[in-house]
Design a protein around this ligand. Structure first.
Ligand code: UDP
Length: 404
């Protein structure tokens, strides 16, 4: 925790230590489905060591499962977001047997056990039988608002032994019944290569973060969106808004930054569409597969960041940019309005509203002082609410609720 102390205020530090002290004898476990890759692993990598550091014995275990199981859980994930593929008897059986095997193999006893996402939820009934004293928490990182009913029923059928469920926003879990719902916002880690000050990077990371090595002109205005190539992130809308902006600010440049997903055919298709839409405009840059330090450099170096999503979970990219004192023009969806206060650290626009998006972007690009003020406010927003220590405090508070 000492490494984070320059990023948190005295009151938060004291609160963390006080609640942690109440749980000096608590054993906490987390189970998820992968040790790396994906947002859940990223959160656990930061949060688990910190919980141990403040004195709460916290363990992280990863499920043992094969591709067949993950095919099934991907279908479940999609169904919970509105996908219509049928969940067959065979698929249910694969899910059931693998989750039971994992629950039977667990050889540690915890006071509070957090099962992350639908992959691990099936372990709950067996765990409840084996460890009746353990409080079981389901941390669902998915928004269930538009879940297909069959998938919602499937999840609901495993919730009986669950004591509490945790969602990113309370409304994401409104459709489930019979469990207490808590909310924990995600957070960003200020000590990682993605979020540290650029001056602290060295070697390859410093080189990757150096804006001079990117193909645009660093003396001209730069608008950046960092997002997977996904229709819900509205990359085509970003280009449309950028074209409107260019009419008033002809030297503006746009960078669309996203991973090129080799294993995601939809992502490749969206990338091709974006490429076609960008055409031969020399001021639209599609940048793929950048290392974290490269993302860091762009989020610091951009004059403003766009997050023009049509739908969002939380949008970590917003906090990442705000932390770097870069104002964000973001859509009023999902977790974005939690992070952006209109006119204070950026602007909120209605999804699909190209005209307002362009208007807010022009307003910012034309006013250095406004950008600076909003940028400074943005860093404060993130410091207060969206850094890892706050999430650690939320998990400690969850322990109190689960044990209470
Ligand atoms: N990201 C990245 N490289 C990319 C695009 C995205 O590292 O090319 C990161 C981004 O910095 C953020 C995460 O992926 O940390 C995306 O999280 P977010 O909550 O914004 O969106 P999601 O992809 O989960 O919908």
């Amino acid at each position: 925790m000492a490494a984070y102390e320059s990023h948190i205020d005295e009151q938060q530090r004291r609160e963390i230590h006080a609640v942690a002290e109440e749980h000096a004898d608590t054993r906490m476990g987390h189970i998820n489905s992968t040790a790396s890759g994906g947002g859940v692993a990223e959160i656990l990598v930061s949060v688990v060591p910190l919980l141990n550091d403040v004195g709460v014995d916290t363990d992280w275990q990863v499920m043992d499962a094969d591709d067949e199981f993950f095919e099934v859980t991907k279908t479940i994930h999609n169904g919970l977001q509105g996908g219509q593929t049928e969940l067959t008897e065979d698929m249910r059986e694969t899910y059931r047997s693998v989750t039971i095997e994992n629950a039977e193999a667990l050889d540690e006893r915890y006071d509070v056990l957090v099962l992350h996402d639908p992959q691990t939820l099936g372990m709950a009934p067996t765990l409840a039988e084996r460890f009746p004293e353990t409080a079981l928490v389901w941390r669902c990182h998915i928004d269930l608002t538009d879940a297909t009913p069959a998938y919602l029923e499937f999840v609901q059928s495993y919730l009986d032994p669950i004591d509490r469920a945790v969602f990113t926003l309370p409304e994401y879990g409104e459709a489930i019944t019979g469990v207490e719902i808590d909310t924990i916002y995600p957070s960003i880690d200020p000590l990682t290569e993605k979020n540290r000050p650029i001056e602290e990077l060295s070697g390859d990371a410093a080189e990757a973060a150096d804006l001079e090595r990117f193909p645009f002109d660093t003396d001209r205005p730069l608008i950046v969106q960092v997002s997977r190539f996904d229709p819900w992130k509205d990359p085509l809308g970003v280009i449309e808004a950028y074209r409107d902006v260019s009419a008033s600010i002809p030297d503006a440049q746009l960078a669309l930054v996203g991973a090129m997903p080799d294993d995601d055919p939809e992502g490749v298709e969206v990338y091709r569409e974006v490429e076609a839409e960008a055409g031969d405009d020399p001021d639209i840059h599609l940048l793929t597969n950048l290392p974290d330090a490269g993302i860091n450099g762009l989020q610091w170096g951009a004059d403003l960041v766009l997050q023009k999503s049509l739908r969002e979970g939380f949008a970590l990219t917003v906090s990442e940019a705000l932390w770097k004192e870069t104002p964000v023009v973001g859509a009023n969806v999902g977790g974005i309005p939690l992070q952006i206060e209109d006119g204070e650290n950026g602007y909120l626009i209605e999804p699909r509203d190209i005209e307002s998006t362009a208007d807010r972007v022009v307003r910012l690009l034309e006013d250095d002082q406004l950008r600076r003020r909003l940028g400074e406010n943005g860093r404060e927003t993130v410091r207060e609410q969206f850094l890892t220590p706050r999430q650690v405090l939320d998990y400690l508070t969850l322990l109190s609720a689960a044990e209470g």
